[in-house]
Design a protein around this ligand. Sequence first.
Ligand code: ADP
Ligand code: MG
Length: 419
Amino acid sequence: MAEIDIYAALKKYFGFTRFKGLQEEVVKSILGGHNTFVVMPTGGGKSLCYQLPALMQDGTAIVVSPLIALMKNQVDALRSLSSEEGIAHVLNSSLNKTEVKKVKSDIASGVTKLLYVAPESLTKEEYVDFLQTQKISFMAIDEAHCISEWGHDFRPEYRNLKSIIQRIGSDIPIIGLTATATPKVQEDILKNLNMQDAHTFKASFNRPNLYYEIRPKTKNVDSDIIRFVKQNEGKSGIIYCLSRKRVEELAQALQVNGIKAVPYHAGLDGKTRVKHQDMFLMEDVDVVVATIAFGMGIDKPDVRFVIHNDMPKSIESYYQETGRAGRDGGEGHCLAFYSYKDIEKLEKFMSGKPVAEQEIGHALLQEVVAFAETSISRRKFILHYFGEEFDNETGEGGMMDDNMRHPKKKHEAKDDAKQ
Ligand code: ADP
Ligand code: MG
């Protein structure tokens, strides 16, 4: 495939003139018919990696994705790029007979370039039998970490994918994509999909504009947070808390102190949630105090700080949540309050779960403890966790954390946390 064609297609279908990061190499690998493995942080542009080659090739690419809402968004976006309504379809249990028939005829006639399927739908005999007879360009497994128990979002249905793919066609190239970069999860993905031969493309997870800071959590945490927010007046920020109760409490404490803040958690009704989210996006308020229910798909580029009132349950979660700061490349202060008591609380939450899950949860939490208590470069720690070498003397953002700016002995940090 001539290079010029890739760029022409990029312009034609997406209106972009250049690729982001490793996209071009990934697209070429897929067009070359190779099994391909893509690890890029959220927002890195993974969708285009498989959408573009799918649009350029004959046949239909099957895209497996865990969330129906995300699939629908992508299908709508693809349809808006094309005059051909059938260019992309979702196949799931909500379709009636007529709709399924339409999907099938669009695939059979070669109109459909991308077919989005939830993993549980793909196990349906009827669909497998049909897809077997069709021209399939490749299979893309989005959010491929769902296959691994070591990921933060294990989904058992993902475990059957390889055998289903084999039934649909044994020589169909497989594309795995994920934003989870830990070596363990990656190994699991490659093994489970039997694609150890895959061409692998891994983007750096370094976010050089983010400043990482951990402070000991004391009973004065409210005033610590209020002081920080006041020092950052007029800037947008997110404050994550573990419990809904704490979200409400802290949002109120901020409001009482004259800070424009709203709460957000799954216990609020849908209307209120949308309203509060919009107020934050429209900058009617500066701060949203939230549980982890807030953030998926929120793309506010100028979030200037992310505060963790409680440490999250894994480094992946910490990275995801702090990653919502400084998307525009500008300042992003990530401040977390750490106390070992909170870790014990998180351990207790897991006690009802199956033993295997508890063990994994415990191991993930111990990494969080190590991160909070470390005296080395926080950035180096995070990137090492994701299997990436980082030299904090020469690497970009090397000085951007509390430990590097204000070196401190390890035992002091530990003593602080015990207060
Ligand atoms: P991921 O799945 O890796 O989290 P997405 O595929 O959702 O990322 O893409 C994130 C954003 O980047 C989207 O808004 C997308 O339109 C944009 N994007 C992707 N590729 C390009 C590109 N080559 N040029 C400009 N914007 C891009
Ligand atoms: Mg994605």
